[in-house]
Design a protein around this ligand. Structure first.
Ligand SMILES: [Zn+2]
Length: 68
């Protein structure tokens, strides 16, 4: 039997965690299923999910609004 390392894949880690069924994408406010999300961000012990890579980018790098 192959020896397993302690490295757990992101998918396994997410499914093992006590995550809610639906989370809110903080960038656009859409409800998404963490299992369907391919865009996630780890911040310490928290995982932030996004519906798209674009939302992840917007969250990390919010478009600046021009002060008029
Ligand atoms: Zn989104």
């Amino acid at each position: 039997m192959a020896h397993r390392t302690n490295v757990v894949s992101v998918k396994e880690r997410v499914e093992a965690s006590d995550s809610p069924r639906e989370v809110t994408d903080p960038a656009c406010g859409r409800k998404i299923n963490p299992r369907d999300s391919k865009n996630m961000l780890f911040r310490g012990d928290d995982v932030i999910y996004f519906c798209s890579r674009e939302c992840e980018m917007n969250f990390l790098n919010p478009p600046k609004k021009k002060a008029s």
